[in-house]
Structure formats: C-alpha cells, structure tokens
Ligand binder design. Structure first.
Ligand SMILES: C=C(C[SeH])C(=O)N1CCC[C@H]1C(=O)O
Ligand SMILES: [Zn+2]
Length: 598
C-alpha cells in the first residue's frame, strides 16, 4: 500500500517537474524582456504572467499537499516534495501579490532609470550608475566631485524608493508568514539549510575581522596622506566617497596610490586589455576558453545569439546590472551585462559565466533542483576561476602582464590588490543583510531605516557618509540588490567558501602544497587542469539535490564553511599589514563618526 502510494508520488513529481519547466520558462522570458527593455507594455505583461503563474502554482500546491510524502522511504523523492511545499510569494492572495510585484518593479525601474547631472557640467543630466557614475568613482581624485556625485546618486536611486521599499517589506513578510516563516529573514536563512546559520555567519566574521581592521587602518592612513587630516580623520571611519566605488564595497580603485611598494611594476591589466583591443565578445570567448580548458562545458549556441553583452545604444531603459539567466528548458542560458573594457569587467565576465556553467552542469536535474547547493555556491563558481586568472602567472600566459620578478614585494603588492577586492568586501556584504534581517523582523522600523543602515556601516565597515543623513534619505536602495529584492548574504558566503574551493582544486592540480613557498595558494592557476575541472563539475552537477554540506564535502572533504582558506591565502599580507601599521603607529579600528546620520 505504502509502496503504491510512493510510486504514485514519484509519477506525480515527474509530471509536475515537466509542467513547472514550461511555466518557469514563460515567466523568465517575461522577466528578461522587461528588464532588457523597461516599457509599460513589458511591465504589464510581466505582472500578468507572474500572477497567472502564482495561481497555477497554488493549484499544484494543493495537490502536492495531498500526498503522504512525509512517510516516503525515498529520501530524494521526499526532498523534492519538501521543496514544492514552499510556495514562496505565490502563497499571497492575488491582490497582495500584485502589490508586491508592483513595488519591486517600481524600485527596479527607479534604479534603472535613475540619472544625475555631471559635477562639471550641470546641464549634462543623463549619467547612469553604469557606466558614468562607476567611471567617475574609478578615476576622479576630486573629493568635491566625488561627494557631489555620491549625494546625487543616493538621492536619485535611494530616497526615491523608500515608499516602495516599505510596501515591499510588508508584502514580502506576509508571504513569508504564509510559508510558515516568522519573517523574510528566516525565509532567506532557510536557503542555508542549518538551524544555526546566523551564528555560522557571525563566526566567519569573527575569523576575518582582525584582517579587515588591518587593511582598513592601512588604507585610511594613505587616504589621509592624500586628502589631508580634516577630510580623513586619523582615528575615525573612512568617508564613503573616497574609496573608488559608489557603494564603497570594494576599494580596487585606490590601489594605484596606496600600494605597499609603489616602485614595483603596474599589475592592473586595464590598459593592456585596451591596448590589445579586447572587446566585450573577446572577454566572453576568453572566459569560455578557461572553462573548456578544465573539461567543463562551452557556451551553447543560443547563449551567443540571445545574450546582451553591451549596453544597447538605442536609448532604451534597461537593467544594466550584470546578471546570468537560466530559462529552465535545458537549452536557453543568457548573460546580460553592460560591459566596458576594464579589468573589473573582465572579472565580472568570469563571475557571470560561472553562473552559466553551474546552470549547464545541473541542467539535467529536475527543475526543483536547478539552483545552487546554497546561494553562496552560485556566486563562488566564477570567482574561483577568476582567482586563477588574476594570478600574475596566468596574466603573463595571456600576455597581459610583462614578465617581472616574483619577489616578496611584488607578492605583497599582488595580495594587497586582491585584498582590496576580497577582504574589503566582507563587512559590506555581511551588513547589507544584517540590515535587512532587522527590517524584515521589525527591529528596524521605517522611521529609522537610514539610521540603522549607517550604524551598521560604521560599526562593521568603519565607513561614514560624506555628509549628514536624515530619514528623508534612504541610502540602502542606492544599491541594486536592495532595489531588486536580491538576497545578499550569498556574496558574503561566496567570498569565504571560494577560497575553500580554490584550495582543494589547487591541491588536486598540484599547484598548491601547504607550507611550500614555491606553491602558494595565492599563486595557483588551475588553467587546463581537467582533473580539477572534473572535481568542480561533479560538485556543480548536484545542484540543490543534496544539502550544501554534502556538496562542499564532495569537493573539499569539509562539511562546514570556514575562513581558513581565505586566511591562508592572505597570511603574508596580514603579517605585512600588522608590521606596517605598527611601524607607522596607525590606530587600528575606528572611533564613532562625527557625521550626523541618526
Ligand atoms: C556581478 C553580480 C551579479 Se550576480 C553582482 O551583483 N555581484 C558580484 C560581486 C558582488 C555583487 C555586486 O555587484 O554587488
Ligand atoms: Zn553572481
């Protein structure tokens, strides 16, 4: 009897999977069309298709719940049923779901359409965050221009979305409750399949915080030398507009004037990429070739036909923020990004192609398993490849870096450059969802959104706003993922586990030997190593068919996330920074900001 019931459940699951593949394909096409060309027609069409899908999912949910799947023997079948019992936002009554979809689309549209006027030409008012504002933060050394640009962007893209954000929080929380969660915070934490995920995240931060404080102190000193004591206080947080990035989330752009050994050769490859006539297409072909060198999959034909790899010049409104898309039909996979020829975008291309590679590796799984083992895994794939590509060794193979000496100073400069991207990013990523957990749980109310955001920015990141802030501002929405309802803890997790993955892959490739100075983790390049590629592919093929601890173990032998890989990679830099901050007497850490923001 029970065996017959289970067999019926298996047939039902197979049928439902087929149906959901077509339904999700239709929804993703509507999303792609809307985000790639923001028009009223495309927005209405997305809303309509989303609401239709929600009603369809509700119907299937009722039937799914009628099966006695809790008693099944087959653990895999139980896992599939378990996943289908979570309806997500489709659990909302249609009118509330419509309000939620509209709130998010309004924020996305505000962010995508936001423009500001140029500091030097106030009549030129068509500057978007990509590429114009990004380029200003990458190149300007004028603190007044940076402050103006920072304030204008946060007004145009942040404050404008406060109303919609408050509505989104209320609706999304309603959906969370209908799925059995206390708030969206617990719903998002459930992606990490552990009852102590928040403690795990806090433990990771405790592991890396000392290293962050050292690089923060070192950078603050060099900014003070450049801009002066009254712009950059000796013992205070760093003003957010001086760090080379509109969100101060990575600080690569300050490398050129803060690097430990300035007289060593340039290691930023932007100029070489331009000198060698790299194009967006060549970025993608080069990234693809790295993956195929590992015996992983090439991009399918449809990828090259349907991806958007440069900002269209027809003046349309679109979401430029880089994204990778699975159309759930096993054939259609696309990237949309507004590529410019910089070393940052060269890395982003590998990052996005890492998502596509994951889609390709798990495309034969049931649709319900076509996701990352946890969201951090999906963000880590491309970055792991980029860790190899970023090594001077690999860049020389590509002819993007002239031969140089591999002495200690050069290695410290290289680690410092990587630290401005990987170490610096950790508190930013961690606090973005600590902020939203508080918002969803109600410990942060709408009349203190901005205050609590800056309290976290000050406490964890040691960064302060360039000017006083009030609750008329809503600075969090000036960051894409807040305006687009994209969970962010995934990036914090990625920047930790990608070093665990890299360590294992490098050991497989014989490129890294613990304790062997000639085989440093930070100088490992797995290019063309098919054994490493096969090991990575095996982990990726699992999708979310197993808990992420099993997937992690498959590749690394560990069942937990820990920062030992990252700390090992940056150990020489950590020692150097401690010695340097002692030598200069730089205060490590920061005192409260004197800029009013609460
Ligand atoms: C490139 C993407 C698309 Se998944 C991205 O959003 N990233 C990659 C790095 C962190 C985060 C960001 O830009 O904030
Ligand atoms: Zn990503």
């Amino acid at each position: 009897e029970r065996a017959a019931e289970e067999a019926a459940g298996r047939d039902y699951m197979r049928n439902l999977d087929e149906i959901m593949s077509k339904a999700k394909n239709k929804k993703v096409i509507a999303s792609w069309d809307y985000e790639s060309n923001i028009t009223k027609y495309n927005e209405d069409r997305l809303l309509q298709i989303s609401l239709e899908l929600a009603e369809e999912e509700k119907e299937h949910w009722k039937e799914t719940m009628s099966y006695l799947w809790h008693e099944y023997e087959d653990q895999d079948l139980k896992r599939m049923f378990q996943k289908y019992t979570k309806l997500g936002t489709s659990a909302l009554p249609e009118d509330l779901n419509e309000r939620l979809i509209n709130a998010i689309n309004n924020m996305q549209s505000t962010y995508a359409k936001a423009t500001i006027c140029s500091y030097s030409d106030r009549t030129k008012c068509d500057l978007h965050v990509e590429p114009e504002v990004t380029d200003i933060f990458a190149t300007s050394n004028d603190p007044e221009e940076l402050k103006y640009t920072w304030l204008e962007w946060h007004k145009a893209a942040g404050a404008a979305s406060k109303g919609n954000f408050t509505e989104y929080v209320a609706m999304d929380n309603e959906a969370a409750k209908l799925n059995g969660y206390d708030s969206v915070a617990e719903w998002w934490l459930s992606y990490y399949e552990a009852d102590d995920s928040e403690d795990q995240f806090a433990a990771l931060w405790a592991q890396v915080k000392p290293l962050y404080q050292q690089i923060h102190a070192y950078v603050r000193r060099h900014l003070r030398l450049k801009y002066g004591e009254d712009v950059v206080p000796a013992r205070g947080p760093i003003p957010a507009h001086l760090l080379g990035n509109i969100w101060a989330q990575t600080w690569n752009q300050v490398e050129k004037f803060t690097k430990p050994y300035p007289d060593k050769p340039e290691i930023d490859v932007t100029n070489a990429l331009r000198a060698q006539n790299y194009t967006a297409l060549k970025f993608f072909k080069t990234a693809e070739e790295f993956f195929t060198s590992l015996n992983l999959s090439p991009m399918p034909d449809l990828f090259w036909e349907r991806s958007i790899i440069e900002k269209p010049t027809d003046g349309r409104d679109m979401v430029c923020h880089a994204s990778a898309w699975d159309f759930y039909d096993g054939e259609d996979f696309r990237i949309r990004q507004c590529t410019t020829i910089t070393s940052e975008f060269f890395k982003t291309t590998h990052h996005e192609m890492g998502h596509i590679q994951y889609y390709l590796q798990y495309k034969d799984q049931p649709v319900v398993y076509r996701e990352g083992a946890n969201p951090g895994f999906h963000e880590a794939v491309g970055d792991v490849i980029a860790l190899s590509v970023s090594t001077p060794k690999h860049l020389r193979v590509m002819g993007l870096l002239e031969d140089g000496t591999d002495d200690i100073e050069t290695n410290i400069n290289q680690l410092y450059k990587m630290g401005l991207e990987k170490i610096v990013f950790l508190p930013f990523a961690y606090l973005l969802d600590l902020f939203r957990y508080g918002v969803f749980r109600g410990t942060t109310s709408p009349d203190e959104y901005n205050c609590h955001y800056w309290q976290l920015r000050e406490a964890l990141q040691g960064v302060e706003p360039p000017a006083p802030r009030s609750e008329d501002d809503f600075d969090p929405a000036a960051k894409y993922h807040i305006s687009a309802d994209v969970e962010y803890m995934r990036y914090y997790i990625s920047y930790i586990i990608q070093f665990q993955f890299q360590r294992s892959l490098c050991q497989i490739a014989g490129e890294y030997v613990p304790g062997d100075e000639t085989k440093l983790l930070s100088n490992c390049d797995i290019y063309k190593n098919t054994e490493a590629g096969n090991a990575l592919g095996k982990m990726l093929q699992l999708g979310s068919s197993k808990p992420w601890q099993d997937a992690m173990e498959a590749l690394t032998g560990q069942r937990n996330m820990d920062a030992s890989g990252l700390l090992e990679y940056f150990a020489p830099l950590h020692d150097w920074l401690k010695a340097e901050n002692e030598r200069t007497g730089e205060f490590v850490g920061w005192e409260p900001s004197t800029v009013p923001f609460c």
